[in-house]
Design a protein around this ligand. Sequence first.
Ligand code: THU
Length: 130
Amino acid sequence: MTTDQLVDAALAARLNAVAPYSNFKVGAALLTEDGKVYTGCNVENATYGLSVCAERVALWKALSEGERRFRRLAVSSQSARPATPCGACRQLLWEFAGDIEIILVNPQGRRETHQLKALFPEAFDASFLG
Ligand code: THU
């Protein structure tokens, strides 16, 4: 699975977004260490507060299928600068995927790459719980 293929999967997943309230469609594609891809899109609903980000949908799909080791995540959105994951998703990605590579893209072909640790420094995690 090349980075371009993972990016294409995130762009395709974005087309399934259920985003009638924000009209901001997001797709995600999470690559496991053994080469499988789990995709997600944001799913909004009338309460607003129960909406779920694309990243979390992809992460929950992967974890619920037994996956535990991840390599990188591609996130697609429509903004001129491709959107970074929200704080809640950073927290969950840090806990369940660790310091993975995060590739941000938009349909126009803009691309940024970050390590999760750079996007989410000094995180609280289970190491504090002893
Ligand atoms: N959203 C995501 O799915 N991922 C992000 O990285 C940023 C925001 C969603 C949540 C909501 O459905 C819409 O985008 C606008 O915030």
